[in-house]
Design a protein around this ligand. Sequence first.
Ligand SMILES: [Zn+2]
Ligand SMILES: [Zn+2]
Length: 84
Amino acid sequence: MAFECPLCNSYTSIQLACSTCGSALLDKGREADYYDDYSPYESFESVKMTDGYGLDEKDHECPHVLSCPECRTSVVYLIEEWMI
Ligand SMILES: [Zn+2]
Ligand SMILES: [Zn+2]
């Protein structure tokens, strides 16, 4: 049993709307990779897809930076990894 992030592996693409302006958010990649290439310039907001996670399941989430091309809002979204 293995867990893989569906976004990192291109199994799916994320379809979320910007909470500020409603435009489609773009996946900027994993949070760790993002910080390697760019300096953090805004405070990121952590968003969970579901509440009530146990501690174990936190290991199977992949933090992605999503940003809005229109208003430049950036959020870190925890992507649930898939059981492969
Ligand atoms: Zn990922
Ligand atoms: Zn926006």
